[in-house]
Design a protein around this ligand. Structure first.
Ligand SMILES: [Zn+2]
Length: 68
């Protein structure tokens, strides 16, 4: 009785974008140190890598990308 329909075909679609007020920021980012595939943990105003401890402030990112 091996039921093989566990996590097959069901991908947990996470939020790729985060809406903060009227701003939309990317919630999913990968660590610049660890490289692609290592996603950083979301915090209120920053992202941290649980692997190497890298911290990136989203404020800074927004300011950098606020060229419209
Ligand atoms: Zn890292």
């Amino acid at each position: 009785m091996a039921d093989k329909k566990e996590a097959k075909g069901k991908v947990a679609v996470y939020k790729f974008y985060k809406v903060q007020g009227d701003k939309v920021t990317r919630a999913k980012r990968d660590c610049p140190r660890c490289g692609k595939g290592t996603f950083m943990a979301e915090h209120k105003d920053r992202l941290t890598c649980g692997k190497c401890g890298f911290t990136e402030f989203t404020h800074k990112e927004q300011a950098k990308k606020a060229k419209k």
